[in-house]
Design a protein around this ligand. Sequence first.
Ligand code: RUB
Length: 312
Amino acid sequence: MTLEETAEGIRTMEIRGAGRIARAAADALDAHAQGLRPATLDEFRREMQRAADLLVATRPTAVSLPNAVRSVMRTLEADTPLPDARARFHEQARAFVASSTGAVQRIAEFGARHIRDGDVVMTHCNSEAALACIVAAHREGKEIEVFATEVRPRGQGLITIRRLNDEGIRTNYIVDSAVRSFVNDVDLVIVGADAITVNGAVVNKIGTAPIALAAHEARTNFVVAAETYKFAPLTTLGDLIPIEERTPSEVLSDELAAALPHVRVRNPAFDVTPAEYVDVIITEEGAIPPSMAWLIIRDYLGWSIDQFRRPG
Ligand code: RUB
């Protein structure tokens, strides 16, 4: 896949889910870097910056994307001979992809401990990290049952139920609006995240926040499975997570929309669940309360406010 093909794949959601997007971006930058024949280090940096900007612009909400890009682009800050810069870039891209895959395995291990034998688990959208926990619990021999939502308008629930079915996990497939009708039958909810802010709010697929609200009301645990690179460093400076609003045609066909000139379709792809509705966030470094988000940003993403202090 070329850089442009990867960018297009992320934009059209052929490549989707925050973790997969991050790994695809690291892979695409790596392949692009190896294919370039720049004359100087500066030329290499400029072209890689253009490539990085192209990828980051594809989907605005998943912070895994800029975090992945930043993790590999940082290697170009050092003044080293061009072949060394290219080699370091390659090594860092491989390290990022390996640590991302490893993080999902560790989250699965920790997350499975939160699921007891006989539990009924609800999930929303299609999250690699959340599903890894459910599958790990099942593979440990726990008898579990899942409620999986449909996920309007793109229907990611279908990917989820195929995976659960392949694993032989008993699954109930429900429309999004049926969540409150079943939340009392559920022991815990597990979802993934596209971004987690410094105050522990969780940005995830549209429909997550009402599920959290229903779970809160029903005293059902609400668990988030998220790698540390889903935490958003720039929220420490007051930046907000932009919520992607996708094309109306995902909700209503162009033909129908044309016949309804007074109707405006709104199609936000994500929503924000406040920290007070989140019981625990399971990261590859262990389970944390949402109030510890800042520590993850500082200690595991290596983010420091000093990077923004003006010299002098
Ligand atoms: C996917 C989504 C997922 C998170 C986490 O949205 O909201 O819950 O990305 O997924 P979309 P993962 O389908 O619009 O990309 O755990 O796989 O990173």
